[in-house]
Ligand binder design. Structure first.
Ligand code: XIL
Length: 367
């Protein structure tokens, strides 16, 4: 059975996956089946959307990685280097050098650049908890947004202004995550954050970004409803917010996914006047079969399921994966496999060979 047979057998088209029925021809699984050399960014452009990726540390050290990013991405976002903990390690001393290098890389290669992220409860500097209190929190947040968004004014395609503010678990407070911002400023911190970002960089698309919005589970239903309520509140007050970012950290084999539910939700968001972006797409293979052919196929299947749905939504403008190659992915540490095998969640192998996931993304972009 060759690669074309795998496609014919429905491995990329929703057929049943029986690992025992498949040969263990590892090299075949690692190769893409591309019938064209078109890049993902070119295919996306034809479709009227932007395709891109997060750029992790390898963009600074690996030519092969850089070339792959340049080939396929029309937009990039620093995976870590724009987070507060990274740019203001020492209170009052900003270090933008890593961001500037990435921005220069993007500009030199004609790629748009996203900002990620201004207000989040994670990746906070060590000094934060002792230096920030209810008296100064509002000003600290405003200063941070003004400094960072202001520095990159005019250069940012879109800012994840607030990241992961919804918490529908019992720990949430009226659906909002019980973050230091909520505790010290109150629920208005969201409005203040967007207004400050709009003043600092009036040209950027201002995004609310979150996870857990994809699946057709009870939790997914509750989180979508809570997110919609929050977005409605902000929009009805005239808060400058322009898009919803669906992070898109999903799992293979994909279960509990109903494209109609996601499509309807995206429509509800669009009805508020907001655009849709997929901001951090990757497919964990933590629980997928060990066999590489089967694993790559179920990962590809998950990419196809999400993208064929989201790309059919007219309000969708942008899709980014959270990295391009398995050589570097946060899932190696956050979603490791119990059998110890390296994870394979992205579009290229660790030696930069196109995988079935690449084809799945390309075919979804083709429509
Ligand atoms: C992750 C990065 O990939 C890691 O390198 C970092 O250590 C922690 O954050 N949701 C987000 C991203 O919004 O910022 C996270 O990125 C992944 C989950």
């Amino acid at each position: 059975m060759n690669r074309r047979d795998l496609i014919g057998a429905g491995l990329l088209g929703g057929g049943a996956l029986l690992s025992s029925a498949l040969p263990k021809v590892v090299h075949a699984a690692t190769m893409g089946t591309a019938t064209t050399t078109a890049s993902l960014s070119a295919l996306a452009k034809q479709r009227g959307v932007l395709f891109g990726t997060a750029i992790g540390p390898l963009v600074a050290t690996s030519d092969a990685y850089r070339q792959t990013v340049v080939a396929d991405a029309g937009i990039v976002v620093p995976e870590y280097e724009m987070k507060w903990r990274f740019i203001e390690k020492t209170k009052g001393v900003y270090d933008f050098s890593a961001v500037d290098r990435r921005l220069a890389f993007a500009q030199q290669n004609g790629m748009a650049f996203r900002g990620h992220t201004l207000v989040w409860h994670q990746s906070m500097p060590d000094w934060f908890s002792s230096a920030v209190n209810a008296d100064n929190a509002r000003q600290v947040m405003i200063n941070h947004i003004t400094n960072v968004a202001g520095r990159y004014k005019g250069k940012i395609h879109s800012w994840d202004v607030v990241n992961e503010a919804i918490d529908i678990s019992p720990q949430g407070v009226g659906d909002l995550r019980n973050t230091p911002w909520l505790q010290m400023i109150g629920p208005d911190y969201l409005q203040i954050a967007y207004e400050t970002a709009a003043a600092a960089d009036p040209g950027a698309t201002l995004v609310y970004n979150d996870y857990g919005l994809i699946y057709a589970s009870a939790g997914g239903d509750a989180k979508r409803a809570a997110t919609l309520r929050m977005l409605e509140r902000l929009v009805s007050r005239g808060v400058p917010i322009h898009a919803l970012g669906l992070q898109g950290h999903i799992e293979a084999p994909i279960r509990n996914f109903d494209p109609n539910i996601l499509y309807r939700f995206c429509g509800d968001v669009a009805a508020l006047g907001l655009k849709i972006m997929v901001t951090e797409l990757d497919v964990s293979d933590q629980y997928a079969p060990a066999d590489i052919i089967v694993r790559d196929a179920v990962v590809a299947e998950a990419y196809k399921a999400i993208l064929s749905c989201v790309l059919s939504v007219p309000a969708t403008t942008t899709v980014l994966t959270w990295g391009l190659s398995d050589v570097h992915t946060w899932l190696s540490s956050s979603r490791p496999r119990s059998d110890g095998l390296p994870v394979r969640p992205l579009l290229y192998t660790d030696t930069m060979q196109k995988k079935m996931a690449w084809d799945a993304v390309a075919n979804s972009l083709r429509g």
